[in-house]
Design a protein around this ligand. Structure first.
Ligand SMILES: NC(=O)c1ccc[n+]([C@@H]2O[C@H](COP(=O)([O-])OP(=O)(O)OC[C@H]3O[C@@H](n4cnc5c(N)ncnc54)[C@H](OP(=O)(O)O)[C@@H]3O)[C@@H](O)[C@H]2O)c1
Length: 308
């Protein structure tokens, strides 16, 4: 997201201070034209120092620690650091933003598996989060709920939460590689609904949220929530891969765990009506059908990525 967001913000004339934990990345960020600082979002002194030095008008929170997630079987274990970034990290950022006199904090969240898995197939922001998530996802859901509450209840700043759907687009090749290797089967009847968002559209919604909209929650997803039984074969087809395997739910549970089976069979989609109306946001890829084609056309295969 940062790779999409920072160049777009600079092109629009914003002054950007981007953070990373690694001093080795400072040069790359500065080469884009942004200021860059080292910050650890789990260290309150580091957050206070970075935000205090930047004196931002708006703080955009995109911190996550999911880059090395290999399996969703032990969901809460894999999300443990991300959950800390969503709880502690968000608290440190809000305190630092208020102290630095920021006007607004725009924070990331997620929509999809966090939705209640009963009732209407497509949920808006007034629908409750899942009160009974699979056991392995309880801490992850609590962290999302905690972030959303902390940001929208903030007193000294305007707090907006963008609940992004499942990302795809440049650099996010995980699904694509899995489909190409036939490692992403349709589980059960594949009735779980997924809401997707191209990274370009997610970045545009984030930029719109700097000035527009009132404090609250916004689903940032495309127009077409998609059953797993439709989007997985479609992605395989546009990627030129063999059709996906189909496995019964009990096999999915044994092989990949409860969280994956729930996403594949029970998940609900999300509506973007509020974000469109209040953020004045228009999508380049209103459907994953067009978006997947553009993504596959631009995304190098694993061999080319390795060579690069
Ligand atoms: N991927 C999805 O489908 C999806 C869906 C919904 C919401 N989201 C959320 O959207 C946001 C952006 O996602 P993404 O795919 O762009 O994530 P990403 O590529 O993994 O980037 C994560 C960012 O967080 C920073 N970070 C990690 N640990 C940190 C720490 N301890 N302190 C400070 N910064 C830290 C990383 O910076 P360095 O590594 O340079 O330190 C990096 O800039 C995330 O918060 C994610 O949870 C993602």
């Amino acid at each position: 997201m940062g790779r999409q967001l920072v160049p777009k913000l600079l092109a629009l004339g914003h002054e950007v201070v981007a953070t990373t934990r690694s001093s080795a990345k400072l040069g790359e960020i500065r080469a884009w034209g942004a200021d860059a600082m080292v910050m650890d979002g789990l260290d309150p002194a580091s957050v206070m120092a970075a935000v205090g030095a930047a004196r931002p008008e708006v703080v955009v929170h995109q911190m996550t620690a999911l880059a090395s997630v290999a399996s969703l079987r032990h969901f809460d274990r894999e999300f443990a650091v991300t959950n800390r970034l969503r709880t502690e990290g968000t608290r440190y950022l809000l305190e630092a933003a208020e102290k630095a006199g920021a006007r607004r904090v725009v924070a990331q969240s997620f929509t999809g598996w966090a939705n209640e898995r009963v009732g209407s197939p497509v949920k808006d922001e007034t629908a409750p989060l899942d009160p009974h998530p699979p056991k392995t996802m309880r801490q992850g859901l609590a962290a999302i709920a905690g972030l959303e509450k902390a940001v929208t209840a903030a007193r000294g700043v305007e707090g907006l939460v963008l609940r992004y759907g499942n990302f795809y687009g440049p650099g996010s090749a995980a699904f694509l590689d899995a489909v190409r290797r036939r490692k992403l089967p349709v589980v059960g009847a594949g009735t779980g609904l997924w809401s997707f968002i191209h990274l370009i559209d997610a970045a545009d919604a984030t930029i719109a949220a700097l000035d527009r909209g009132t404090p609250g929650l916004y689903n940032v997803v495309d127009d077409e929530p998609a059953p797993a039984a439709e989007w997985i074969p479609y992605l395989a087809e546009v990627a030129g891969a063999k059709p996906p395997l189909h496995v019964p739910a009990w096999v999915g549970r044994l092989a990949a765990g409860e969280a994956v089976v729930s996403m594949m069979t029970e998940a609900r989609g999300s509506s973007n009506s509020k974000a469109k109306a209040q953020l004045g946001w228009a999508l380049r890829y209103p459907s994953w059908r067009q978006g997947f084609r553009a993504w596959v056309a631009e995304e190098p295969g694993p061999k080319l990525r390795q060579a690069a």
